[in-house]
Design a protein around this ligand. Sequence first.
Ligand code: MOS
Length: 742
Amino acid sequence: MKNNMIAGTNYIGKSTRRVDGIKKVTGQAPYIAEFNPADLVHGYVINSRIAKGKITSIHREKALKVPGVREIFTHENVPLEVKIDSDYTDPLSPPGSPFRPLYDDKILYNGQPIALIVADTFETAAFAAGLVEVEYEEEDHGEVDLKKNLEQATHEDVPDPAEPRGNAEDAFEDSESKIEAEYYQPREYHNPMEPFASVASWNEEEGSFSIYDKIQGVSSSQGYIAGIFNLEKEKVRVISPFIGGAFGSGLRPQYQLFFAAMASKALKLPVKVVMTRTQMFTFGHRPACLQRVKLSADKTGKLTSIQHEAFSETSKFEKFNETIVDWSGLMYECENVKLDYQLVPLDVYTPMDMRAPGGSTGIFALECAMDELAIETGIDPLELRLINYAEKDQNENKPFSSKELKACYQRAAEKFGWQNRKPEPRSNKQGNKLVGYGMATGVWEAMQQKSSAKAILTAGGKLTVSSGTADIGTGTYTIMSQIAAEMLGISLENVEFKLGDSTLPEAPIEGGSWTASSVGSAVKLVCSKLQETIFAMAAQTNTDIFENKLIENAVFSNGEISVGNSTAIPYVEIIKAAGKKSIEVEVNSEPEDDRSNYSCYSHSCVMVEVHVDEDTGMISVPRVVNAIAGGKILNPKTAESQIIGGVAWGIGMALEEEGMMDSRNGRIMNANLAEYHVAVHADVQEIDVIFVEEQDDIVNPLGAKGLGELGIVGVASAISNALYNATGKRVRELPFTLDKVL
Ligand code: MOS
């Protein structure tokens, strides 16, 4: 992309407060459940108590008598149109058939939505729900335990991991140092603060929906509803201005959207459906995963083989997959690599992407295994990583577009004081606390998707840039405003960025840490086109200055354009002189061809200190240093927040998070935040985030790699490794609760 910019404002790369921050802290940012169109009625979902079987009867009579109850939808009276010729897929549907709410009497998993009560208030609907009697015929208790059902593991409809290379088995046998270990991670739930919610209004005259939905990309909900109701996409407008966290749970539309839309069309009233916290445990989760890793090395610590296999849960109707084992062929230089990935279909809902899906899982196993190999070879864990540093991507046989991981290792080690680590377990004590140091490498792919954007500059000097993307709390509003302000050389106050509306230019779903790179590139491009438009207009309106000049020499600064040492002319004057109220441009941007010749990844080095109370086994993490190579950092403040959030979650993943399934009845045992523990303030102490310099001219026009997911990767392994260093006990099963450490 041509870059005409010599900006005077320098917003890119500067710590900038969130442009939506004041709205958020003063309650002026509306979340989905706060939209209340006229005549709104409320839906409340009833969920299945059993995990497998069928509904034999649903008694609605008592509940229907409650004053204020409008209707109760079940599989017996749901409008036929959502059963016939309906397409329930969404842009991220994995292989299989998506779940269809109220389709028939079959129960596929515990928590499956089986009825919707619609009433004048939420409370009435919730009360009436308690009066609906459901009888079931349980087939059996369902298979919900990954470890107990490994024999059902399959490769069918599962993407192959990276090609094997060399002969890992033989190399393993012939090597001097080797380790072999099994790691387990339970299922985990996203649990954003904002529960899932949808407000749907069917317009009978126009045959169209107007919908507010909690989603990470309006195009996802739009396509889903259009498919179910056989509508043109243009007949479904989806709005989603603010998201109270999602972490991947909003990548696919959730069942409340179906219910709100279905009931609104059937009743010809606007319907709001909000999930309860318990219902937040009745759809996608990070899948449970069992991993086996074998590593071997020669005397010098050079890896001679890597074998990594993973078994991950999925539902019986969809084959959800993520990239778990491929990282092991990428992270370190090794000639003999063998990877395997299988899915185990269970009687559960389809798992979903959750912050650094696959990466946080696979790296947990690999980076614990690397620590075990370090112990086995007697080499310092950091040194072992440096010995095996990968200068190119051997999976793809491509160079990296940039990789400043060595700088991450160095900066993290300095800041953390890695040289003070005592290699002998139990040798570092503070009072009755055992002190341990641990480290891990982190990695995430730097992706870029097609994206569009529109820019309007008014004769009043206001710039509005828009794209149908989302801001799930990551700072999209802010960084896009920064890019636009910098490109046009105007102040941030004069820029508005609009997102979260399906009538805006199409953007990818916000996920995969690709929004800064994808939408950011579109915003940069559209502003660059706007520069060209202004320049072309200036050549007409101010001929004396701009005629026969090159745009490459133009300067866009302080809301003015100049060329060479010329007088600077305000854009507003040019627009007015041209007799226009505003100028408008729209672009589609996509990754440049050259990018496919390179492997694009962000990297990190995370180092942690843990304290283990010798008497109680209590574990704390007083200190984490995470050094990040993420390309150009557009806004250090929001970037740091992303990494801190990831690390905090990594601490929860290591020490607390565990979705428990009762295999006696197929039920989720801890579907609430009292029993499903997440890291809270007391668990999260000092977190130091370091961004190392990383120049990347290939990854995208901004040189930014994305930071939403990288922060969590490696944290749990670093904690496991520190626990070993503190106690001499190797914990390979998440979460590391006291009983496993004592
Ligand atoms: Mo992310 S798990 O792609 O929202």
